[in-house]
Write a protein that binds this ligand. Structure first.
Ligand code: FES
Ligand code: FES
Length: 162
């Protein structure tokens, strides 16, 4: 089998796997990084949402063969290190809003929220209601109201951090 080298949460990792294996299975089953959750496997539920080069992506829908050794993949496990803290400000906002119910969708929700807020901040704007509506991460427990509150609070905390 071919080998692939990828960077995950600041570390370079080499895996021996077929090129069409999806990144989610590389992360979860080979590297033991289980924060990204498996829900649908076809890019719909967004439970696996992580970051690639700072942007949200769904590793269930990307082949390992399409990842380059310079791509920076970040999962929920590596999110705090991106701000050099024990928790990312979005995670702190999440805890304060007591968002989580069963918790299954929550890593993907937080990763999607951080990427969306970072994107609008890069444009010099704040996240709007329409942009919040565009976040399509499914929550079977229906925590959507608290998610929106937490994203707004998390965005303010991210702005405070500069
Ligand atoms: S498991 Fe990746 S989008 Fe559903
Ligand atoms: S908290 Fe249970 S699926 Fe979202």
């Amino acid at each position: 089998m071919p080998t692939f080298t990828l960077r995950v949460n600041g570390r370079s990792r080499t895996v021996d796997v077929e090129s069409d294996v999806r990144v989610l299975w590389v992360l979860r089953d080979i590297l033991g990084i289980t924060g990204p959750k498996y829900g649908c496997g076809i890019g719909v539920c967004k439970a696996c949402t992580s970051h690639i080069n700072g942007r949200a992506f769904n590793p269930c829908s990307v082949r390992i063969g399409d990842i380059t050794s310079t791509d920076e993949i970040t999962t929920i496990e590596g999110l705090p290190a991106t701000v050099g803290a024990e928790l990312h400000p979005m995670q702190e906002a999440w805890l304060d809003a007591d968002v989580s119910q069963c918790g299954y969708c929550q890593p993907g929700q937080i990763m999607a929220a951080v990427a969306a807020v970072a994107e609008v901040r890069a444009r010099g704007t704040e996240i709007s209601d329409d942009e919040l509506d565009e976040l399509r991460n499914v929550c079977r427990c229906g925590t959507y109201f608290r998610i929106r509150e937490a994203i707004r609070d998390g965005a303010a905390r991210m702005a405070d951090q500069g």
